[in-house]
Design a protein around this ligand. Structure first.
Ligand code: HT7
Ligand code: ZN
Length: 873
């Protein structure tokens, strides 16, 4: 497979204005008839006169131009598409193809999910449905007629509005859909099946009525209410915060059980992994409820950031994904707790994006090249992309940023554009020059900031020296300095914010946070008017995706943990304390656990005035996977031991407080989905975890009682996870009972698989291998594969990295098995092996050998080939 380069981008030679599709749907053999109105693109240079259309896995039965059926000499078909020799400047192309959705295990194009037929066209799935210019800068108006058996497929959906229906004499029926908005082919969708619907309505700011429909399989009808509430919340928020109104008369969401990713924003017809739609308090955890709210919002927000304004080419993916993640993050912050949301997002960024940026798959937010675009739906494109938008928002300030996004929506509505167009709107509305800022799109790697503070008591001045430096990444040995917004505060001895008054300014600014801008490799900022040495609060709100190395003492961090007015930095101070201690214990089992650290944890735990969700975050230790990224050579066993040691110590030392917190936050009454109630459950279950991991008898009794009595899945899973971690007959009995109780509930069974895969018991791999043979396991269902295989290899670090290499061998067996079935999923499974160079030499040898085993296989997909070859490069 060959790489595709951004520098080779050329506008399409032809444009397609109208598309008429007619599907005769059948899982065994679906016939697709396409009528395309094509014309030469005046903005393109003339090529060789041939027209190449993308098409894969299609059986072409006939092709015609302007009504004349072509002879085989007039065209050529190969594995990548259809070439028409000599075509007019404007013409109608008709093609007739056959496809086999029932055999489509890759879940791209038209496929079968249970008894449903559905599509997934992003990024390049439309070419598995019909011959087309399957690239996002070709935008067309679509009319789609779906014909299918009336009994098996009573519901027939596509993009836009339904304009005609007919009953056919042979037991079939048809529905025609018209989408008035030009769209790229990746936003095409159809769904057919026996679906039940949850209906509601929304009146837009300008007074239009929109019909809202969530389609689910009939037995899931009682699990869609939360998704519907989330959708309406998101629609209102987008009007209020970004001035964006929905544009069609109908908005549909369909939940399917077989899906490669989270969801898909097809115009007017979102297709969702059912995990992000279905929830009832007894079947879904708080994290599931949160996930649904944010994914529903994310897909809805794409209607403006992705659909109305789309990407010119796939190198621009972050244009829609980074901006839409930013928008969904802001939504969650506005409807819940901003600090908690920021903490969770930064946890994800540090745990996943930072390692990606430091490894062999590092790439810029706007990549320069790819072999397989499916491999570029990465945390860098999504999450770092969102940080890049967030930094622009910070540099411009809220009002100017809103003017800049208004300009973007106005200037580019209906177009396929680039990240450069986005930045130009930021510049246009603000008058700022963001030339240097553009490096965030171009350079990979996480900048490192080294910050030192110096207090001059005589001058009443405090000086911060800040140096930035970015490590080399593949293909980018030398980095230019970034333009970095650095938000800081200065705290006085009483814990309050002091003015952040830069030397040379005539008057002190208001108290609180101040945004400094870094553009050079080194800066010195001197602050005056300080009668005492301040404690600096650096990178408040995590104002840039950088790693900070500072010279604060543990005492400073405990001070910040207790007093910082920035909730994020209170958490970050605590995390750094936990992290430093855990790394010290990893290196030296006898390292003392300081009394003042325990006292700081106790103070936080007993701070009844604070937001409980925030407290739970403050008191959660960083994960072993995250900590491993902080070590030069990863010591998986040492980290695991240290983690257990510190957890146990906290559990023992804070026992009485933990019991008190558990009881004070016990569930009373019905399940409520509110930030407050979620915070109580989080803190209570964290207290239970410390008690259980400390081997506390009363904790164990509470855990059993909770498992018995709980009516909500959050509490059930918290208890089950802790029991499964302990193992033994009681755990097995609890797992069996859970399985019996939830037989047939696929999403709940995923939890049953994942709770066993993540338990760091010595026999974890044997158990996981036995579960592969369980009748409920299926390699055809991505959620199930992720629940078992990905959970084991990503979450259960100590067992996956067992010194004998059995975990690596297990994973590669799964990858090789899956590659011919579902390459996108197979390539994603490989990720934990990619950072093989970070481990000790024995493990390196084992991991490398397994990667080479993959590369040695003939007939690899381009997805897996790209990941493995880059990992080994
Ligand atoms: N835009 C969607 C991406 C997506 C996708 C990409 C490749 C293969 C399958 C896929 N399913 C969904 C999801 C999103 O970011 O909203
Ligand atoms: Zn998205």
């Amino acid at each position: 497979p060959h790489p595709i380069h951004l520098k080779d981008y050329r506008p399409p030679e032809f444009l397609i204005d109208r598309v008429e599709l007619r599907f005769e749907l059948d899982p065994e053999c679906t016939r697709v008839e396409a009528r395309l109105a094509l014309r030469r693109n005046p903005a393109a240079t003339r090529g060789d006169g041939h027209l190449r259309l993308h098409g894969e896995h299609l059986k072409l039965t006939q092709v015609a131009i302007d009504g004349h059926v072509l002879t085989p000499a007039e065209y050529r078909v190969d594995g990548e598409g259809l070439t028409l020799h000599r075509v007019p400047d404007r013409f109608t192309l008709e093609t007739w193809v056959e496809i086999h959705p029932g055999l489509n295990t890759a879940l791209e194009g038209l496929y079968q999910s249970g008894d449903l037929l559905c599509t997934q066209c992003e990024a390049e799935g439309f070419r598995r449905i019909t011959y087309f210019l399957d690239r996002p800068d070709v935008m067309a108006r679509y009319t789609t007629t779906l014909i299918a058996d009336r009994t098996r497929f009573p519901v027939l959906l596509s993009n836009g509005n339904p304009v005609a229906r007919a009953e056919l004499p042979d037991g079939r029926h048809s529905v025609t859909w018209e989408d008035p908005f030009p769209k790229p082919s990746y936003l095409f969708a159809l769904v057919a099946g026996d679906l039940s619907v949850i209906e509601d309505g929304f009146v837009t700011a300008s007074g239009r009525n929109v019909k809202l429909q969530i389609f689910v399989e009939p037995h899931n009808l009682d699990k869609g209410a939360h998704a519907m509430r989330s959708l309406k919340k998101a629609m209102r928020w987008d009007e209020e915060r970004f001035g964006r109104e929905y544009d069609l008369d109908i908005y549909m969401i369909v939940a399917v059980s077989h899906f490669n990713m989270g969801a898909m924003e097809n115009k007017g017809l979102n297709v969702f992994n059912d995990k992000f739609v279905l929830a009832r308090p007894d079947t879904a955890t708080d994290a599931d409820f949160d996930g649904i709210e944010s994914v529903i919002a994310h897909e809805y927000f794409h209607n403006w950031t992705g659909n109305r304004i789309t990407c010119r080419d796939w190198f621009q993916l972050s244009l829609k994904e980074g901006f839409t993640v930013y928008r969904d993050q802001e939504f969650t912050s506005d409807v819940g707790s901003r600090a908690v949301k920021r903490i969770r997002d930064v946890r994800t960024l540090r745990a996943h994006q930072f390692p990606e940026d430091a490894g062999p798959l590092a790439h810029p937010v706007r990549p320069d090249s790819y072999i397989e675009i499916n491999n570029f739906y990465t945390t860098t494109v999504y999450d770092k992309g969102a940080e890049v938008v967030r930094m622009q928002a910070a540099l411009l300030g809220p009002e100017t940023f809103r003017r800049a996004t208004d300009l973007y929506f106005e200037r580019h509505d209906g177009q396929a554009v680039t990240t450069e167009d986005f930045v130009r709107c930021m510049e246009g509305a603000s008058g700022r020059d963001l030339t240097q800022f553009r490096r965030w799109y171009e350079q990979a790697g996480t900048p490192e900031l080294h910050i030192r503070g110096e207090y001059d008591a005589t001058a009443g001045a405090y000086t911060l020296s800040v140096c930035q430096q970015t490590p080399a990444t593949p293909g980018q040995p030398i980095k230019q300095p970034f333009h970095i917004p650095l938000a800081i505060g200065l705290l006085g001895a009483d814990g309050r914010d002091l003015p952040v008054w830069l030397a040379g300014e005539s008057a002190p600014p208001a108290l609180g946070t101040r945004l400094l801008e870094l553009t050079e490799p080194e800066h010195r900022f001197t602050f005056t008017g300080l009668s005492e040495r301040p404690v600096p609060s650096l990178l408040r709100g995590f104002s840039a995706p950088v790693r900070v190395h500072d010279d604060l003492s543990d005492a400073d961090r405990m001070f910040l943990m207790a007093h910082d007015s920035d909730g994020f930095n209170r958490w970050d101070a605590a995390q750094t304390l936990h992290e430093r201690l855990l790394l010290a214990l990893t290196n030296d089992v006898a390292h003392p656990i300081p009394e003042d650290y325990i006292a700081a944890c106790r103070r936080a735990l007993c701070d009844m005035s604070a937001d409980r969700a925030l407290l739970a975050e403050v008191l959660s230790l960083p994960s072993e996977t995250y900590l491993s990224d902080r070590m030069t050579v990863i010591d998986v066993d040492g980290l695991h031991r240290a983690h257990r040691q510190l957890t146990q110590h906290i559990g023992e030392r804070l026992r009485d407080d933990l019991l008190a917190v558990y009881h004070a936050n016990a569930e009373t009454g019905d399940y409520v989905f509110s930030p407050e109630a979620i915070g109580r459950r989080a803190l209570k279950n964290l207290a239970l975890a410390y008690l259980m991991r400390a081997g506390d008898e009363e904790g164990l009794a509470l855990c059993h009682a909770q498992l018995e009595a709980a009516h909500n899945m959050t509490d059930v899973m918290a208890a089950l996870r802790l029991l499964a971690e302990q193992g033994g007959a009681e755990a097995d009995a609890a797992l069996d009972a859970f399985h019996r109780r939830w037989a047939g509930e696929s999403l709940v069974l995923d939890k049953w698989f994942s709770v066993q895969a993540s338990a760091p018991r010595p026999d974890a791999l044997e158990r996981v291998m036995a579960l592969l043979k369980h009748p409920d396991y299926s390699a055809r269902n991505p959620n199930r594969v992720r629940a078992l295989v990905s959970t084991f290899s990503n979450v259960n670090q100590v067992r996956f990295h067992a010194a004998d290499g059995a975990g690596y061998h297990f994973l590669v067996d799964r990858v090789l098995e899956l590659d011919p079935v579902n390459p996108l999923l197979a390539a994603r499974l490989l990720k934990p092996l990619v950072r093989w160079r970070r481990f000790d030499s024995e493990r390196q040898t084992l991991m490398r050998a397994e990667l080479e085993r993959v590369l040695g296989r003939s007939e690899l997909s381009s997805d897996v080939f790209e990941v493995v070859s880059k990992a080994l490069a």
